[in-house]
Design a protein around this ligand. Structure first.
Ligand SMILES: [Zn+2]
Ligand SMILES: [Zn+2]
Length: 461
């Protein structure tokens, strides 16, 4: 009998350890799924419960990146309407990302003139609530924040109007291309009353979600800020753009509420390219500089949406990539179903869950361990390392310093180190199934090596 290299541990030890590993994995996956798909807090869910099927949902974007959503509806009351709006936006404050909540409820008469409103803003640090009541041209305000409530009364030159009912009044007045209107708008966020100038343009077809809707192009000037909106005959704002790159556009509810889903393939690609653009500097989504655990798995829980538009435009135009993107959950499910069909519960555990967990952690280790432990044959200006153990486990990806030195190179092992992925790509290339395979020239490698030697010598001197 051959000598046993490892003496198996007793089942009394292995069983609880396996259970803990399994429970931890299920817990982490549960948290991720909750963050990605059901991120709405119970609080938000109650707030949104008032919105029916007629509510209008909008996605809010900043320079092509999803920031959040708003939802609004108009409910008829005995002698007018109640206008309701809720929103959630991701805000970056001092480097930390929090979800800010905005809620407005306004009572207006049949002509959409304002009677009272309640506005609240919670940037994640506690809400600020503003109650307003209009009596003729007098506005009674009460502002409630963590430090208490203060009240004040303001006399306005004309009855105040919320931006919320502007488009309704515009439709009420009748949309005439070429018309110029001037009103006063009260901004509850700044407690200021300022004139707004509205220019109605021509009717255009504007895209919202998957449909095109005819709407009037409306230019607005408010406190030196210019916005362009597209408003329908009935006063619905289909799309709104500001020159700073802030866009809100009508969308189906699921799309409006969908935020960053870290498991979508293009999000992974976007975060990976962002990592290369800022490796181990400010802006790197996963650097051990912010802690090894953060680089390994903690970054997955960050709520910042992936910068898909900045880094992955070309991928998003590729129909094959988009097909995989849209069906990603199917492939993930097949990875559990197939092993379960082959070997029941044991198949599901070892061929499904454990396989995915091990693969996830080796991939995560490329971000954490390969930026902390290993050798640096190339001077890349970041902390990337070649790590033999991770290279074997991650099918060659562990030659991470090589990868940062030549990011487009297909063989991380550079032909001389164990690199299973490189072998597969080479086989595909031989079979004619892969082309344009990038490999740096011997001269380029030599130049890069020499840079390292020069730097080492400079340090030694
Ligand atoms: Zn890296
Ligand atoms: Zn890379």
């Amino acid at each position: 009998m051959p000598p046993r290299l490892v003496r198996p541990l007793s089942r009394r030890v292995t069983r609880p350890v396996s259970l803990i590993v399994l429970a931890t994995w299920i817990g982490v996956m549960g948290m991720l799924i909750n963050r990605s798909y059901l991120q709405a807090s119970p609080n938000l869910a109650t707030d949104l419960a008032r919105y029916g099927t007629a509510a209008q949902w909008r996605g809010v974007y900043y320079r092509g990146e999803k920031l959040g959503f708003t939802v609004s509806q108009t409910v008829p009351t005995a002698d007018g309407f109640e206008l309701q709006e809720d929103g959630q936006l991701q805000m970056s404050l001092l480097g930390a990302t929090t979800a800010a909540r905005i809620r407005t409820t306004a009572e207006v008469d049949r002509a959409f003139a304002l009677r009272s409103f309640v506005f609240s803003l919670d940037p994640g640090t506690g809400p600020i609530k503003i109650d307003g009541r209009v009596e003729g041209r007098t506005l009674h305000l009460s502002v409630t924040s963590g430090s208490g409530t203060r009240t004040e009364t303001r006399d306005l030159p004309e009855p105040p109007m919320l931006s919320l009912n502007l488009s309704r009044r515009l439709a009420d007045a009748g949309m005439t291309p070429g018309a110029r209107l001037q009103w006063t708008i009260f901004d509850p966020a700044t407690l200021r009353n300022a004139p707004v100038r509205v220019d109605v343009g021509h009717r255009e077809m504007v895209r919202a979600g998957n449909v095109s809707i005819p709407a009037f192009r409306v230019e607005m000037e408010y406190s030196g800020l210019h916005t362009t909106s597209w408003v329908t005959d009935t006063g619905e704002v289909v799309r709104e753009e500001s020159p700073m790159g802030l866009i809100s556009v009508r969308e189906p509810v699921e799309r409006a509420r969908a935020m960053a889903v870290p498991s979508r393939p293009i999000d992974w690609a976007a975060r990976h390219l962002e990592h290369h653009a800022h490796a181990d500097r400010e802006g790197d989504p996963h650097s051990p500089i912010d802690g090894l655990l953060h680089a390994h798995v903690g970054w997955l829980f960050s709520v910042t949406p992936a910068k898909r538009d900045r880094y992955c435009r070309a991928l998003m135009r590729d129909p094959t990539v988009m097909l995989i993107e849209r069906t990603a959950v199917v492939w993930l499910a097949l990875g559990l179903i197939v092993p379960a069909l082959v070997d029941g519960w044991r198949g599901l555990l070892w061929g499904g869950i454990v396989r995915i967990a091990v693969h996830n952690h080796t991939m995560f280790a490329v971000n954490s361990i390969c930026h902390a432990f290993g050798s640096q044959p190339f001077q890349t200006g970041d902390e990337s390392r070649n790590n033999r153990l991770i290279a074997v486990l991650a099918f060659g990806e562990g030659w991470h310093n090589n990868h940062h030195a030549f990011p487009s190179m297909a063989y991380h092992g550079m032909g001389s180190r164990p690199d299973a992925t490189g072998l597969v790509i080479r086989a595909l290339e031989r079979a004619g199934l892969a082309w344009d395979v990038h490999r740096p020239s011997a001269a380029a490698i030599e130049r890069h090596r020499a840079r390292r030697l020069r730097a080492d010598r400079a340090v030694a001197d």
